[in-house]
Design a protein around this ligand. Sequence first.
Ligand SMILES: [Zn+2]
Ligand SMILES: [Zn+2]
Length: 263
Amino acid sequence: MSAWQPTDCHAHSRHSDGALTVAEVVERAARLGVRPSITDHISRDAPTEVSSPEAVARYLDDLEHYPVLRGGEFCWHDALWRELPDATVRRFTHRVGSLHSIRLASGLLFRAFSSELPTSLTARVYIDAHVSSLESLAAEMPVDILAHPTLVPPPLRLLDPLELWTEAHEERAVRALKSAGIAFEISARYPPHERIVRRAADAGVRLSLGSDGHRADQVANVAAPLELARRLGVADEALYDPERHGSRTGAYAPHAAAEGRRA
Ligand SMILES: [Zn+2]
Ligand SMILES: [Zn+2]
C-alpha cells in the first residue's frame, strides 16, 4: 500500500474562476505531494462557465481526461444542483456545498461577500441566519462537504470569532453536519477558528482539507489545514477522501462508503 497523501478536496480551474488549467492544477498538486481535485463553481450565480445541466456534463467529460478527483462547488441558494439528473450526479467523486448567500429571517437572500452590512444586521443576527441557513443546507443538499463553514462578510471577519460564534451556534452547526453525514472543510482560504473545528472533530464529524485555491501558489496547498487537523489529534486516514470514505451520491458510493464507516 502506498504512503498516505493529503487530498485537496476543493480547488478551482479555468472552468470557473481559477487561474490554472486542469493540467496545471494536477501538476502543481503532484509537486506538493497532494492528491488533486477540481471543484469548480457549478451555479447560475457564480463566476463560472458551468451553469447549466448540459455544461455540467461537458465539465465532467473534460475532467475524465485527467488523473484528478471530480468535484463541484454548488451554491446552496441557487437551484442548479436540484436540476441535475442522477446519472450526472453519479459522475462526481464528491460534491461540495457552499453558503455564498444566506437566507435572512425576512426570507431575503444576503451575499456572504457583502462589504457592508445594513445596521439592522448585527453580528448576532447575521450568525443566527448563517447557522439557520447551514441547517437548511445540511437537511436539503446531498453533498459530501460543507465548504468554508465559517465564511462571513468581510466586516464580520474583523471580530473575534469566539464572540461572533456562541458555543450554542457551533453546537447547532456541528449537529446539523453530523446528522447529514457532511464533512466540515478546514479551508486554507477562509480558515475556521480552532474551537469549532475541535467541536466538529469531537462530535465525530469528518474533516476535509480544502485549499479553495484559485492561483498557482494556492492550489493544493493544504499544509495549514492539515497541521490543524493533526494538532487536534485527527488521524490522517480519517480525513475525508472520497475513494476511502465514499460519497453520498457519487462515483464511489456505496461500497466505499460502507468501508469508510469502519475507518
Ligand atoms: Zn466558496
Ligand atoms: Zn471554492
